[in-house]
Design a protein around this ligand. Structure first.
Ligand code: ADP
Length: 259
């Protein structure tokens, strides 16, 4: 805690009193530290694809372009790296809009059960490619809630894609929608690799990944869950995660009914 000595003076600069401003330095320092860390992370994440694009381009310019097969392979890598940068910048812009409260919310009546069924339908193809079973269950009657449908869809798609990504072939991903007292719950359970206990609370942190290389290979930016958390909390809800290594993961979104 920092003590700041400030003197009140009258027009002749004669002291009339003093005030003490207490500053919580630790909180401020923590924020500064987080901001520095974030900038370092962003720089690193952007530099990785740039370095890769640069080296593949240079190799092509140095003569590899003569070989058609190599050229095609390198161009595919360059293209994928550019896509990664696009995703990253898109996620960063969205986080920045959420941080600065510049996000424009489009609140409408949303039937969560229909929304979840639609999403699960659209994501079947991805599941089939990995021979995974992706199913959804709606428990009881689910009243509509006031929310931003596109943003909620983004959250659910993100959680289900994580479940698909971090679950090996032949796994099972189950989505439950239910109502409990004054809340709607969406739970996504998978039979995947799971998350170690010590990492569980960190997965909502920006850029945190249990396994950096694995997430990168799967096209992740490490920002998905932090964006999901901001979106859900901005709409008065919460998002929680439970997991057991080697058994699977459960992500639960709670949304209040009386919005
Ligand atoms: P990413 O783009 O890396 O997937 P996220 O913010 O969506 O970033 O998730 C952060 C990290 O949490 C992931 O890198 C992964 O380590 C872990 N994770 C998220 N969902 C799951 C899941 N269903 N099973 C196992 N690990 C998960």
């Amino acid at each position: 805690v920092k003590v700041y000595f400030a003197v009140f003076t009258d027009t002749n600069k004669k002291p009339e009193g003093v005030i003490v401003v207490l500053h919580d330095v630790t909180e401020q320092q923590k924020l500064d530290c987080m901001r520095r860390e974030f900038v370092a992370n962003v720089s690193h994440e952007l530099r990785t694809p740039i370095t890769s694009i640069k080296s593949y381009t240079e190799t092509l310019l140095d003569g590899a372009v003569e070989d058609h097969e190599t050229t095609e392979h390198f161009l595919n890598v360059i293209n994928a790296e550019a896509d990664r940068m696009t995703r990253l910048v898109k996620d960063l812009l969205q986080l920045s809009r959420l941080d600065n409260q510049q996000m424009s919310w489009k609140i409408e009546k949303v039937a969560i059960n229909d929304m979840v069924k639609d999403i699960v339908g659209r994501m079947q193809l991805q599941a089939v490619q990995k021979k995974q079973k992706l199913e959804s269950y709606v428990i009881g009657d689910i009243p509509s809630i006031n929310a931003d449908k596109d943003r909620l869809e983004q959250v659910v798609v993100n959680i289900i894609s994580n479940a698909l990504k971090y679950t090996p072939d032949d796994g099972i991903i189950t989505v439950y929608v239910g109502k409990l007292i004054n809340d709607i719950y969406i739970k996504v359970a998978d039979t995947g690799i799971g998350i170690p206990k010590e990492s569980l609370q960190l997965v909502f942190d920006r850029f945190y990944r249990v396994d950096k290389a694995r997430s990168r290979d799967l096209g992740g930016t490490g920002l998905g869950l932090s964006i999901a958390k901001e979106i859900v909390e901005a709409q008065g809800g919460t998002i929680t995660i439970a997991s057991e290594v080697g058994k699977g993961t459960e992500v639960t979104v709670r949304l209040p009914l009386n919005l």
